[in-house]
Design a protein around this ligand. Sequence first.
Ligand code: ADP
Ligand code: MG
Length: 580
Amino acid sequence: MKSTGKVIGIVSNLVTVETTGPVAENELCHIRLGGTDLLAEVIKVTGNRASVQVFESTRGLRNGDSVEFLGKMLEATLGPGLLESSYDGLQNDLTTMEGVFLKRGEYTDPLDHKKIWDFTPLAKPGDTVCAADWLGSVKEGWLDHKIMVPFSFKGTYTVKEVAPAGQYNIDHVIAVLKDEEGADVNVTMVQKWPVKVAIKGYKEKPRPQKIMETGVRVIDSFNPIAEGGTGFIPGPFGCGKTVLQHAIAKQGECDIVVMAACGERANEVVEIFTEYPELIDPHTGRKLIERTVIICNTSNMPVAAREASVYTAMTICEYYRAMGHRCLLLADSTSRWAQALREMSNRMEELPGADAFPVDLSAIISNFYARAGMVVLNNGQTGSVTFIGTVSPAGGNLKEPVTEGTKKAARCFYALEQNRADQKRYPAVNPIDSYSKYLEYPEIQAFLEQKFERGWVEKVLKAKNLVRRGKEMADQINILGDDGVPMSYHETFWKSELIDFAFLQQDAFDAIDAVCPLERQKFMLNLILGICDRSFEFEDYEKCREYFKKVINCLRQMNYSEWQSESFNSYREQLNQLLS
Ligand code: ADP
Ligand code: MG
């Protein structure tokens, strides 16, 4: 029997309910308001009192209004048709709303029940299966969308029937399974899963083995992110977080992209809807949106719904991972998510942690990041969820709790720096503070050496070191003056500038420079390190500066020219002349 209750307290979206029976943390409930049901989630239970956060406006709600607990948690609806969709955190379809907001208490269906899919069976009668095993497949765009044994099924089942190849809608029973007691269970193409619980249904989660190519030099060469890895991009407003994330979304080597836009300013959300559908996928030449799901918070949404969006996005990624796909989850910005947590915890008058965030903020962030990863499925194939979140620390203060908590959880750190952004050194990723812990993994090192060349990791470390020394030299020159330091200081400084200008900086809006394939990255870094290996012995620092400016200019022109084209080669010749 489901529990019921009545409203006894209201603080904005936080409602206190006196309950008649047991309720569970994260359980959903309906609060009856007039003729509609407001959806809410239990966030705290003490005795016969439950604190619930309502996903909509609570205007007009009164003490004594009745509450019905639903006996289930907030769930995502999973099935063919997720791709190309735009949802809010509760998976309401934003495209069908066309700017008109839902009425209170109304929810749209996330999937189209009429659409017909081309089904191919993958299992046969007599097979023994368990949760997440593949029963069949439909074509979603050009991707294989596997129809799986629902993740909630426990134990093993025997396949009794599988629908023959044919055209069905998502509600069609595509398989009948027999459970361990011999009872029949029907499986359709749709299943539900509670968003705050990680989807299991895989054999193991090994350490990452490969990198995910992004075409961004400062990432792939300097701080590579693993396929199934985690990274974060902190940076003050206007430093290029969104531009960098969009570049990764466009260029990242993956099958599926899920963009979670969490409560950023409204105009940015509009930008996503207008720009994103136009983007062309450089891997396939098709529209990027065909393999993308957008989860978006409209600014009129209460905090609770904002908090749900990152979980819904992660759940959709895990769903596609279980089909053997490589998924990329991008959340912009996770700070808004943390702020939603803070608002709720403050309203509950919990003992606050640092900066009034909940005391367990760091654990919440870590648990979320831990859901990413590369997995080996029951059938031996692999799938992955790579997660990159942005953080917008107030005032660019990297010591604030969300940045610190995320730093513990994520393995790549791409620190965007105001100073670099001001100098238009884009992407403004600080080359000294940023890191990728994957560079230290032997598996990844071996992969890089094979993908780039032998000795690659050492080369990267050498380049990083030169950049660091260049910074030290710049400080010395600043203090002692151009004439107060030995010539070698100038030379080292300019070598580091060479790496910065010709390699680390990359124009996200240049047709050619926006995407830099690994082969080209390797060529450029070798070329640059070759120059850095020389010792020049300039007569004076002016000559040194003049010379390096010419070299930098030439190399940048190469970056903007089609790889190995005529113009590229002519700049290469120019460079050879400069160097001889
Ligand atoms: P944030 O999301 O951190 O507030 P944005 O991503 O919106 O910042 O970037 C702000 C501006 O910085 C962009 O509109 C663009 O002009 C510039 N910018 C950022 N990254 C690059 C880049 N890689 N190449 C060229 N311009 C960039
Ligand atoms: Mg932004």
